[in-house]
Design a protein around this ligand. Sequence first.
Ligand SMILES: [Zn+2]
Length: 152
Amino acid sequence: MVKALYMSLALISVCSVAFMQPKEIANAELSVAEGISVTEITQTTEITKPNNRMTVVATAYCSCKSCCGIYAENRPDGIVYTASGTVAKANHTIAVDTSVIPFGTKVIINGKEYVAEDTGGAIKGDRIDIYFDSHSDALEWGKRTIEIEVIL
Ligand SMILES: [Zn+2]
């Protein structure tokens, strides 16, 4: 009878742990540790583990008119400013949907570190746009589905 009571308590606890933050889970482990095994708790905490890998469709752009439209016409000094105010650089700048990846976020693409600095009309959701120095480099990249790592 005592054992049956412990089992039902354990079920209630495990269900609520799934909706807790990691700090609350640590407290929950302490409070229910007598009633259930550690193994059950460990399996539940996996749910809240952050995942910083994303599969995205990555296109490419440069500073030319066909890539930037009217924005390419307003660069008398030749410097390409991004939507966040930085100067666009190849092997560094990417355009993102800032509701998915905020400005300033570091993103690893093929082992290289890029920074989310720009936006684009078509760059919504799981899309990124990689900045290149020349239009031929951008064309060479084309459109690829890749896995990126977002540094949280
Ligand atoms: Zn271009």
